[in-house]
Ligand binder design. Structure first.
Ligand SMILES: [Zn+2]
Length: 685
């Protein structure tokens, strides 16, 4: 430690803490390069030699295993910068201080803050005071060199990688179904279950022609799909998981399954907050070498699959985002959000006989992904009707009257602003005049001065033109404001709005445009009834609860007498029995058909009739569980007792029944023994 170093340290520094920053960029370095870590900790001794007591040395080592390439995600470094900024640090210690960060921006920011708060820096070579020009120059150079070093290492690595990739020899992670053999050549996975699953995926796609159908088929067959863990402590292990839609697409789009080498399908880019984003590259930019190894499908098959997938995408479309209005009659197409999971809902149409196309809003994104039932699906016509009414209600002559008077108020204020703006134009014109005069006055022989003044004059002229144009533009914009003639026309339009809305000649697309002008989005939640949340442009929110529409088959009203009859029969009969009874009495459904059990169930739900189970429970009947508890015997015994008529039960549907509470004593002992014999006898036979 030289004397000069000691001179830089003064009492002010010693009063504050010393900060030791320890970092190793990768976990491997943390494990293997312990020497460097030891050296970093040994710097403590240097600080003690300079006069800091050991207990005043703060060690920041939370960034072990973090790269120095950026400050993002390096909690320790950020804490260091914060503490230095707050003036808590007298000195910052690091093995090579320039390696505190490998990013020039972060480094210079740290130097700046150190200089401002009079904080020293120390590395193995000496003590630096960033407030001194020479030290700062040296530190700046060190930082730049350190960043450059990183850049060259990267460039060299990347060049090597690209060369290898172009020869198809680069060892890149393989998709599941392939492994590297000891010669580092890709081979099909020796696990036959893995191979067969992948083959099965391609075969199913071949058969069904769609990724969605492939997922569904896998789910139906109960087949799982292999996945190899790419990181973590179980890296390389095989998992069997449900096949997802996105996974299927990944497999189908991956040329490696056709035996091709591929590199550079995506590119990553750092975002300001340090996260990386990945984007797809166009196929022309990939390094793609077909026929490099064995594959599950041929190259022609791969290309055929790509064409098929593209065609599917065009036909069915992706989950439609906030999309431009199209021709279909669903008014809220592209505006509906699912209130259950938050996804955007898409539209499907189905047509009932005689009716025009009925829109259906469906939340199916997650359903497609897993080949599962969809999240929710809401019939659109009632909702569309409600939205229409809402708009007609909102656009009344009176509402517009208020709007227009507000508009007039705004207009008078606009005139004031217009005067101010005009002053700016005058000001610019005045500047031009001055510049012109100065140019005129100068001696033409003095060419240098003349040309400078001419340039100034020109620039002032440009400013004037810009200002004038801006002024005109703003004035035009303000002048959409309304005169009396326009006002009466607008009011008339509002009166006409309901007519226009209901006019069958108005195309659906125009109605949708009108909605888009007024409504931001609509959220639907279907439970016992349908909650509709309408968010208008500008933030106002309206909530309305609509009843659930009757099921499709019963939209044409069923006779009230039939419903009443069903309600009455429910007291003593199950849905199936009711269907039989109604048919015996010659009653017919609204469509003139005979009843069956399913229809009765639907009607019962649609008209909210209390179901048989609830009715029986209200009468005090017990479930099997309650009965076993009450009698203190096992379920089998209860069943046997019921079969032998000791207990009475009444059915509530085809299979289930509830027990009446017996009002007599059941002869316990004998029955108990006997049933045991009988049940064992039963199970033997
Ligand atoms: Zn949903």
């Amino acid at each position: 430690m030289n004397a000069e170093a000691h001179q830089k340290v003064n009492a002010g520094h010693l009063k504050r803490d010393a900060y030791l920053y320890v970092r190793q960029s990768t976990l491997r370095q943390v494990l293997e390069n312990t020497e460097s870590t030891k050296r970093q900790y040994a710097l403590q001794q240097r600080a003690i030699a300079l006069g800091w007591p050991a207990e005043r040395i703060v060690i920041i080592d939370s960034d072990l295993g973090q790269s120095g390439a950026s400050a993002a995600d390096r909690e320790g470094f950020q804490r260091l910068v914060a503490d230095v900024g707050l003036g808590k640090a007298g000195i910052v210690l690091g093995l090579e201080v320039s390696r505190l960060t490998r990013n020039s921006t972060d480094w210079h920011r740290l130097l700046e803050i150190c200089a401002l708060t009079d904080t020293l820096l120390l590395d193995e070579e000496g003590v630096y005071d960033p407030a001194h020009f020479n030290d700062r120059l040296l530190l700046g150079l060190k930082g730049t060199m350190s960043e450059a070093e990183l850049h060259f290492i990267k460039a060299r690595l990347l060049g090597g990688i690209l060369n290898k990739a172009k020869r198809g020899e680069l060892e890149v992670p393989l998709p599941v179904g392939f492994i590297y053999n000891p010669l580092k050549h890709p081979e099909m996975d020796p696990d036959s279950q893995v191979r067969e699953s992948i083959q099965h995926l391609f075969d199913t796609f071949q058969r069904t022609g769609s990724a969605c159908a492939t997922v569904k088929a896998f789910h139906k067959e109960g087949c799982l799909f292999p996945r190899r863990l790419k990181k973590g402590p179980h890296k390389g292990e095989l998992l069997w998981v449900e096949l997802m839609h996105s996974r299927t697409l990944q497999v189908l789009h991956n040329p490696r399954y056709a035996g091709a080498f591929v590199y550079g399908r995506t590119r990553s880019r750092k975002q300001p907050d340090g996260r990386e984003t990945y984007s797809k590259r166009p196929e022309e930019q990939w390094i793609l070498i077909p026929g490099m190894h064995a594959g599950y499908i041929t190259w022609e098959q791969y290309q055929q699959n790509q064409r098929q997938l593209l065609q599917n995408a065009n036909t069915f479309g992706h989950d439609r985002r906030n999309s431009p209005p199209r021709e279909g009659p669903a008014l809220l197409q592209g505006l509906v959000l699912c209130g259950i999971c938050g996804s955007r809902m898409s539209v499907q149409y189905h047509s009932n006989e005689g009716e025009s196309r009925v829109p259906q809003y469906i939340c199916q994104r997650a359903g497609i992904e897993r080949g599962e039932p969809i999240c929710q699906s809401v019939r659109g016509n009632a909702i569309d009707r409600f939205i229409g009414e809402l708009l007609i209600e909102a656009i009344t002559p009176m509402a517009l009257d208020v709007t227009l008077s507000v508009q007039r108020e705004v207009q008078s204020r606009l005139d004031e602003i217009d005067r101010l703006r005009h002053k700016q134009v005058e000001r610019a014109r005045y500047d031009v005049d001055i510049a012109q005069r100065r140019y005129m006055q100068v001696d033409p022989a003095n060419r240098l001065v003349a040309s400078v003044l001419e340039a100034e004059w020109n620039s002032k002229l440009r400013v004037l033109t810009d200002t004038q144009e801006e002024y005109e533009r703003l004035r035009q914009a303000d002048h959409i404001a309304v005169n009396d003639d326009a006002k009466s026309r607008i009011t008339a339009l509002a009166a006409d709005f309901p007519k226009l809305w209901h006019d069958p000649n108005t195309p659906d697309r125009e109605r949708k445009r009108m909605i888009r002008l007024l409504i931001e989005d609509v959220t639907l939640i279907k439970k016992e009834d349908i909650t509709v949340n309408v968010r208008f442009k500008g933030g106002a929110v309206t909530t309305k609860i609509l009843p659930r529409p009757l099921p499709c088959t019963e939209t044409r009203k069923t006779d009230t007498a039939v419903i009443q009859e069903i309600d009455r029969l429910l007291n003593c009969h199950t849905d199936g029995e009711i269907a039989t009874i109604l048919n015996e009495h010659g009653m017919l459904s609204s469509e003139g058909k005979a009843f069956n059990r399913g229809m009765i169930t639907q009607l019962r739900c649609a008209y909210k009739l209390t179901d048989r189970y609830t009715r029986l429970r209200e009468d005090g009947l017990l479930t099997m569980q309650e009965m076993t508890k009450r009698l203190g015997v096992c379920a089998d015994t209860v069943k046997v007792w019921r079969r032998r008529g000791l207990l009475r039960a009444r059915p509530y549907d085809e299979k289930g029944y509830l027990f009446e509470i017996p009002d007599y004593e059941i002869p316990r002992k004998g029955a108990h023994k006997k049933t045991h014999q009988q049940s064992s006898h039963d199970s033997q036979s």
